[in-house]
Design a protein around this ligand. Sequence first.
Ligand code: FAD
Ligand code: DHB
Length: 405
Amino acid sequence: MTTSSPRPPVRAERTQIGIVGAGPAGLLLSHLLALRGIDSVLVESRSRAYCEARQRAGLLEDGTVRLLRATGLGERLDADGLPHGGIYLQFAGERHHLDFRDLAGGRTVTIYAQTEIVKDLIEARTAAGAALHFEVTGTEVADLDTSRPVLRYTDASGDRHEVVCDAIAGCDGFHGICRPAMPDGLLAVAERAYPFAWLGILAEVPPSTDELIYCRHPNGFALHSMRSPQVGRLYLQVPADEDIGEWPDDRIWAELKTRFEIPGWELKPGPITEKSVTPMRSFVAAPMRSGRLFLAGDAAHIVPPTGAKGLNLAVADVTVLADALTDLAGGDTERADAYSQHCLERVWRASHFSWWMTTMLHVSGDPMDEQLMQSQLRYVIGSRAAATTLAENYVGYPPLPSEFF
Ligand code: FAD
Ligand code: DHB
């Protein structure tokens, strides 16, 4: 006879919205819903410290900044964020400036790290007494085609919970469990893998530039970004699946210098505090809703990072979703029914822009591509119409509509 340990009792609970994932999408959704008086339970498989330290995005569109400010999250953003009114495009050994204030009707972007947004959101939600559960395991979503979908998880102390919800938001990123929980055959997936990756570093050295430099060099793309007046964030195009072990710090700085330096301008090196390699892909799964399950952010779509759109798209999705779920709580399904189509219009615009920036700036080694992309870059810096196309997409197109501001 076999004996098994008794199953822990399942705690039955109730909330309006179950949220899976404490990335920017899930945390911001829970914050926006709370401002509307709607309660939520948010579960996250990682620890709070891990979520707050995960190095990712850093560039916020104008609409993202205005939304965060309008919803009470502007204090540290305004104190520490770095407003940028343009970028440099470098190719064929020359650097050119694009002035977004002039080209995009005065709109700008802001450097403020995703880690800081996540800290601000966790702080705000915790101060408001929100139900945020870190280090959960066994997350499951079920009964999605009913009006009472269920979120199940085991908390950090081993207790199993079953939360009956009015709707569930799948904000659990690309590798989460919500997208696979959609009914078989429902999703149409469009996907492209790129044959290169980004090696990203954080360095304790004042940035060598006032605005971001996007650089096409025969050795590959390079991006000089920053996190603060004391900390640089830089990226190098490397082959897909590159082993980070092949890149000691000296080699990274030597390659960054080779790609960026032009006569009269030097790149200052400094201690590297973090380095990683990120693969690049475009991915869109549609529709972003099935029954009472709504996907938002990287759970539904991924863009290559060259256009800095991933985090901004996650923010745009949950802005639309907060409105839809508010109406749903009042019995009005119209905006919930329109949610997927509404989001996908922006998602596809951002997917195209990110693909365009990626192909224009990365090097494939094909001589035909080289000439085509150099021609495109000359057109962008030479034609006001082409420069405006880049600028208005970069600062965020279409401008984020929100009832919060
Ligand atoms: P995530 O941040 O991935 O959050 C999902 C969360 O769900 C995670 O915390 C995960 O642990 C949790 N989770 C997963 N499965 C489960 C489960 N089963 N149960 C419970 N929890 C679960 N975007 C920009 O806009 N601008 C940029 O400058 C930019 N630069 C980038 C640079 C790099 C190097 C990278 C990698 C990305 C960059 N991005 C950028 C993209 C951006 O970081 C992402 O698009 C963004 O994190 C998406 O947020 P999200 O909340 O949808 O998903
Ligand atoms: C950053 C990342 C991007 O992908 C980008 O296009 C601009 C800035 C960053 O991490 O700072």
